[in-house]
Each structure stands twice: as structure tokens, then as C-alpha cells.
Design a protein around this ligand. Structure first.
Ligand SMILES: Cc1cn([C@H]2C[C@H](O)[C@@H](COP(=O)(O)OP(=O)(O)OP(=O)(O)O)O2)c(=O)[nH]c1=O
Length: 192
């Protein structure tokens, strides 16, 4: 039995690596389809499941597969990864001075005994007010381009964040504590 992280995200890999247990990485390349009418929590959970099942079907059925998906939500509207720099600018301008939610859906499954747990974690993030000039300078760093909500709290984006309420790691891309509980309670995996 192996644990497989169904993710191309270097952030997720790093967060799991901090726990010093063996796992494999397999990159799922599902088409991320979002229906605007669904609740943001459902969207994040559904995408995490799609990533996990894609990889589960390509690996041993005894493996435990983990999928995750992070979205940023402002006034119930999902702000995903930016399409281009203009899109990143518009997203960051909307986030300035306000609270938003970061939701990460997480799915853990094992086909051999038909086990599937899907859950999510929410973290509230308050941005300080920033100017258009600051947004332009931030975009020039290149950091926003592959991040949900066009920022990275673990990087230069930390300069824009005023405070958070909830799990920091959830914002970076993986609700580590929740995931640990799922592995322990439902899959008998004891990391510590
Ligand atoms: C809000 C925020 C998001 N992010 C990242 C985490 C995710 O990698 C990314 C959201 O995109 P996702 O679609 O969740 O993940 P991904 O495409 O990077 O990787 P994969 O689907 O293969 O698992 O945004 C940060 O790194 N820092 C932040 O502060």
C-alpha cells in the first residue's frame, strides 16, 4: 500500500513532505470544469474528487489517493487562477481591503475497499488596502499567475495579507490537520 498525492502543485508536495512519510506523486490532468450555480464548497470538493479518482483509476487499487482543490471566494463568487495579467489585476483589485474565503476541498479514497472521504476547510483572509501601483508591481513578480485568487500567502502575497482566521496551510493548498484526521480515522494511517 502506498499513499499517492494526485497533484502537480509544488506547495502541496512540500506541505506533505514536512510530515516525513513516504508518498508518491502522480499528476492528474482533469479538465477543471466549474458550474457557477454550485455552492463553492461543492465545487472545491467535486474537483478534489475528480483529481483523486482520475489517479486512483491509474494506480494500484490498494493505494490511498489524495486529491485537493483550492478556490478563493469573494461575495459567494469563485475567483480561480487568473487567465492573464489583466485578470490577476482585476481579482487583486477586488480583494483589496476586504475579507474573502479560501476553500480547499480534499478527497481521500481507496478503491480496494471502496472508501471515499470528501471534505473541505474554510479559512477567512483579510487583505489590507493596496494601490493599483502595488498590484502592478506584485504581478511583475510572476507569483500570482498559477495561484487561486491571484496571490500566494506563502510568498510576496504575505505583504498584502492583514490577518487570517483559520488554517494557514489550507490557504497554501492543503488542510494538513484535517487531512491527518481523515487518514487516521478512516484509513488507519498514523503519521505521529
Ligand atoms: C490562495 C493561495 C493559493 N495557492 C495555490 C494552491 C494551489 O496550488 C493553487 C490553486 O490551484 P489548484 O487547482 O487547487 O491546484 P493546482 O492546479 O496548483 O495543482 P493540482 O490541481 O495538480 O493539485 O493556488 C497558493 O499557493 N497560495 C495561496 O495563498
Amino acid at each position: 500500500m502506498n499513499i499517492v498525492l494526485a497533484s502537480a502543485s509544488p506547495r502541496r508536495k512540500e506541505l506533505l513532505s514536512n510530515l516525513n512519510f513516504d508518498f508518491e506523486i502522480m499528476k492528474s490532468n482533469i479538465e477543471e470544469f466549474v458550474n457557477d450555480k454550485d455552492r463553492p464548497e461543492s465545487v472545491a470538493m467535486s474537483l478534489s474528487f475528480q483529481k483523486a479518482i482520475d489517479i486512483a483509476n491509474k494506480t494500484s487499487e490498494n493505494n490511498i489517493v489524495i486529491g485537493a482543490d483550492t478556490i478563493v471566494v469573494l461575495d459567494e463568487k469563485i475567483l480561480g487562477k487568473p487567465e492573464d495579467e489583466q485578470d490577476a489585476f482585476n481579482t487583486l483589485a477586488q480583494l483589496s481591503g476586504k475579507y474573502h474565503k479560501v476553500i480547499t476541498g480534499v478527497c481521500v479514497l481507496r478503491l480496494s475497499d471502496n472508501k471515499k472521504i470528501v471534505d473541505y476547510e474554510v479559512t477567512k483572509v483579510k487583505m489590507r488596502e493596496f494601490s493599483e501601483d502595488e498590484i502592478k508591481r506584485y504581478i511583475k513578480t510572476g507569483e500570482p499567475m498559477d495561484k487561486a485568487g491571484s496571490y500566494a500567502i506563502q510568498g510576496y502575497g504575505s505583504l498584502l495579507v492583514e490577518k487570517i482566521n483559520g488554517d494557514y496551510f489550507n490557504v497554501v493548498g492543503l488542510p494538513v490537520s484535517k487531512l491527518g484526521q481523515i487518514l487516521y480515522r478512516h484509513f488507519d494511517v498514523n503519521i505521529i
